[in-house]
Ligand binder design. Structure first.
Ligand code: MG
Ligand code: MG
Ligand code: MG
Length: 305
């Protein structure tokens, strides 16, 4: 029976590439694993797979009775619904520790780096396993994506060093240009439905007894959303009701201006305003310098609940 290796729901590039890179490593170490995914991939991830000839991991949303490695999350809310009936052999992650627990001992690689694939790189090094060229290229892209080309406050020296080494293996000289190319792919939001955009990089968190949903779209120029905000808000309102959320927000992140325009709907918006010492106007506010959901949004909002 193969062990499944997968990342979080609404998978981003780190989750998809992490499933591929971690599964390959485990197989080199003599295990029988397959990379899987919990949902549809983003245009950015599609770009990465196409560029390096990566294979799209199989879609698996049920894991009962399976052995699994999880990567890029440890929150139940981001896992398959039947995760408690699976055996978690290991966790590789760079987020706050979530609420998943296990009944057997497990392998844990959890570090405050900018990307899970940086940790996978350290695993390859520690087991002395060679990273294939195509996988190195994909891992490089995952790190560039998660760290917003090193601009995110989550980025560490370990991430930049990993990128340098991966770029060398992949034979890519100008990897910042590659990061920019990915950002432009990500910024092509025209033609996508409001639901597609609101859920492209969307996560739910349990804060106190309330559920809070936070989506994020990173683009090179926020003006692409000028004509879309009404329809994004209308759909956020439906998502808030459908999912029984106390608060839902979408971060429209401008990676050039380095900040985020927040669109927010809440049963009590004062919690957000207190957390960020800011006033919403028409349910919106600009947060200068905010690029990271995990480091600059969640830790400030959570204590308000
Ligand atoms: Mg992720
Ligand atoms: Mg990640
Ligand atoms: Mg991200």
């Amino acid at each position: 029976m193969s062990t499944y290796v997968f990342g979080h729901t609404n998978p981003d590039s780190d989750s998809i590439v992490g499933a591929i890179s971690l599964s390959y490593l485990k197989n080199q170490l003599g295990e029988d694993t397959i990379p899987t995914r919990q949902g549809k991939i983003s245009p950015e991830t599609e770009f990465i797979l196409n560029k390096f000839g990566g294979t799209l991991p199989e879609l698996k949303t049920s894991v009962a009775g399976k052995n699994v490695y999880i990567i890029d999350f440890s929150d139940k809310a981001q896992a398959p619904e039947d995760i408690e009936q699976a055996t978690i052999l290991g966790i590789v992650d760079h987020h706050k520790l979530g609420d998943l627990t296990t009944s057997t001992p497990l392998e844990c690689w959890i570090r405050p780096n900018g990307c899970s694939n940086t940790i996978v790189k350290e695993m390859y090094d520690s087991y002395d396993v060679k990273i294939p060229k195509d996988i190195a290229g994909m891992m490089l892209c995952a790190i560039l994506s998660d760290t917003v080309i090193f601009k995110s406050p989550t980025c560490t020296k370990v991430d930049t060093k990993a990128c340098k080494e991966l770029a060398k293996i992949a034979g890519i000289e100008d990897y910042k240009a590659l990061g920019m190319e990915m950002c432009i792919v990500k910024s092509a939001v025209q033609g996508a439905s409001p639901r597609e955009l609101n859920t492209r990089d969307y996560k739910e968190f349990l804060m106190g007894r309330e559920k809070v949903g936070v989506g994020q779209l990173e683009v090179v120029d926020l003006s692409v959303f000028d004509d879309m905000k009404d329809s994004l808000f209308a759909d956020l309102k439906i998502m808030k009701e459908e999912n029984g959320l106390h608060t839902i927000m979408l971060l429209l992140t401008d990676i050039m201006k380095e900040g985020s325009q927040v669109l927010l709907l809440s049963d009590d918006a004062s919690k957000f305003e207190m957390a960020f010492d800011s006033k919403l106007e028409d349910n919106q506010v600009w947060l200068a310098g905010v690029l990271s959901r995990k480091k600059q949004i969640i830790p400030f909002l959570q204590p308000q609940f």
